[in-house]
Design a protein around this ligand. Structure first.
Ligand code: XMP
Length: 541
């Protein structure tokens, strides 16, 4: 396996992910883990990667790894090559006595280019004198413009003779170097990000050619590892309460918990706020109670409470707040019920379906700078002193999906589009009532069914119907109608942060419009939303 020392990089998890994509096991550890501790924990380690990080090596309190890592290439008769990325490169450079200094201020021309829309951080590599990129960049050199992605404020110069510079860019004299005899490799750019075109070749050169790793990691191993670490984390007599929503993440997380701890030690609470998609509640019950034969499934039907509290409320933020508070209240109450019924059990943990991107997003300071929408997710009730367990916190969505299939979660639960916590409340614009919920559920159901029938469902990132509570005039048979508008939204996206409207075929749009108008009473007009995010958002409220 490959061990990644994390110096606080935003991309450390991406490095681990790239290594795992090569079917090689990788682990991220804190930068200050001592070499002997690491060797004991990971006896099969074949190579070390020093991640990037926000610090500067010449700051007085800059984080440095245990020095023995730099001498470890021959420790205990094994080779332990090191790859330094960005800050990691500067650490190697500092260790071998090179100079690490701040980059010169950008020229006016560079600023102008940047403002003209050049992607920040993009750079083109030129390979050093011999025309070969050394061991690490092998196989890259034939391409004329090797595009890499840089993000750094410091640069390396005055390398000792034993270090060979393998590539440069116009603004960075040492874009990569290596000391092959000591198995030290360093890149100033980030091979782990998608913008670095040949990133996976570089990672593969390091992992296979240099470290001689064998393919030893698969999604089965991940499932096993997660189950084992959950057993270690949660004490032998402790139980976990898990909120489930029917979404992919909470379904996979609870399935893992049930597998790891056994069905007696997990309690799943499902709050139905009455604003779910058609049949959603039945699907969740079907999975937990029938497929899994799981008896600690607790349904809390709070639809009347939510709908009565939302009566007369039209402001989107107000709606979100009411739903957030009512949700926690209902969840709390259900937990109280469980505790009263099961006096003998020790509930010590709250399980959450948090995945890795949720953590990066909530760590971004800019997120709070401008509040666009107050996203609703389950937070720990203040009165409950529970520890939090997040089985999926290191994984990306596609890994969660593959893991879910591996542990037997049905495909139709795995490939579902995201669904917001406040549910249909933010898709019925303005005031909510039973009739509108029903109209929207039926319209949305038809839309999704037909997307599946036309094999379009998997081609879009998210799709749904929303109800515009404006009545327009129509004619059906010979009669005049005066009904609501349904708007259909289907988007392509990578992470939901930006999105484009999906170019669904006209024939499909015509078909679905006819279906909805003919089959859903109360609708006489269907629109298709062609706005991008930004400036629009994906949801309507
Ligand atoms: P927006 O509307 O902000 O949506 O462009 C981006 C993505 O987030 C989902 N979304 C939510 N998810 N709680 C959630 O768990 C929420 O309150 C919430 N609001 C929006 C939305 O469905 C889309 O996938």
């Amino acid at each position: 396996s490959i061990v990644i020392l994390n110096f606080g990089s935003q991309f450390a998890h991406l490095i681990a992910r790239r290594v795992r994509e090569l079917s090689v096991h990788s682990e991220i550890v804190p930068y200050d883990m001592k070499l002997d501790v690491m060797l004991e924990k990971f006896p099969n380690v074949r190579g070390i990667i020093l991640s990037g990080g926000p610090e500067s090596t010449h700051q007085p309190d800059a984080p440095f790894p245990d020095k023995s890592y730099f001498e470890a290439s021959t420790v205990s008769g094994r080779t332990l090559p090191i790859l330094g990325i960005c800050y990691g490169m500067q650490l190697i450079a500092t260790h071998i006595g090179a100079h690490v200094g701040r980059l010169d201020a950008p020229s006016d021309q560079e600023i102008t280019d940047h403002l003209k829309g050049m992607e920040y951080g993009k750079a083109e590599l030129t390979f050093a004198q011999h025309g070969d990129g050394g061991r690490l960049l092998k196989g890259l050199c034939s391409k004329p413009n090797e595009v890499v992605w840089m993000s750094h404020g410091d640069s390396v110069s005055k390398l000792p003779e034993k270090a060979v510079i393998t590539s440069t860019t116009t603004s960075c004299h040492v874009a990569s170097f290596e000391i092959a005899s000591e198995d030290k490799y360093a890149v100033q750019f980030h091979p782990e990000v998608a913008h670095t075109i040949s990133g996976s070749t570089i990672m593969s050169n390091f992992v296979f050619d240099i470290c001689k790793c064998e393919k030893d990691w698969s999604i089965q191993d991940l499932a096993k590892d997660l189950v084992n670490s959950l057993r270690e984390e949660v004490g032998p007599s402790e139980c976990v309460i898990m909120g489930v929503s029917g979404g992919v993440d909470s379904t996979v997380a609870s399935t893992l918990l049930i597998e790891a701890l056994g069905p007696e030690r997990v309690h799943c609470v499902f709050v139905d706020h009455g604003l779910l998609r058609k049949n959603e509640r039945q699907q969740v019950i079907q999975y937990f109670e029938h497929d899994l034969k799981f008896s600690n499934f607790h349904l809390c039907d709070a639809s009347d409470l939510f709908l009565s509290r939302l009566k007369g409320v039209t402001d989107p933020e107000e709606k979100r707040k009411i739903i957030g508070h009512s949700f926690i209240e209902s969840f709390d109450k259900e937990v109280e019920n469980i505790l009263t019924k099961h006096k003998d059990i020790q509930i010590a943990w709250l399980g959450q379906g948090t995945i890795y991107p949720d953590r990066i997003e909530s760590a971004q300071p800019s997120k709070s700078a401008h509040k666009i929408k107050s996203h609703h997710n389950l937070t720990l009730p203040a009165s409950m002193k529970l520890k939090v367990v997040e089985p999926l916190k290191e994984l990306y969505k596609d890994e969660v999906r593959r893991l879910g299939l591996q542990i037997g979660v049905p495909k139709d639960l795995i490939d579902r589009h995201p669904f917001p916590g406040p549910g249909l409340a933010i898709r019925i614009l303005g005031e909510i009532d039973h009739e509108k919920v029903k109209i929207l559920q039926e319209s949305d159901y038809l839309f999704i069914q037909e997307l599946r029938n036309w094999k379009l469902y998997d081609q879009v990132w998210q799709a749904f119907a929303a109800l515009i509570p404006v009545r327009t005039v129509g004619v059906m048979g010979d009669a005049r109608t005066y009904d609501f508008i349904i708007t259909l939204r289907a988007v392509t996206s990578v992470d939901g942060m930006t999105a484009d409207w999906a170019k669904l075929p006209y024939e499909f749009l015509e078909h679905i419009s006819t279906q909805i108008i003919n089959r859903v009473k109360g609708v006489n007009r269907v629109l298709y939303d062609v706005s991008q995010k930004p400036p629009s958002t994906i949801e309507y409220e």
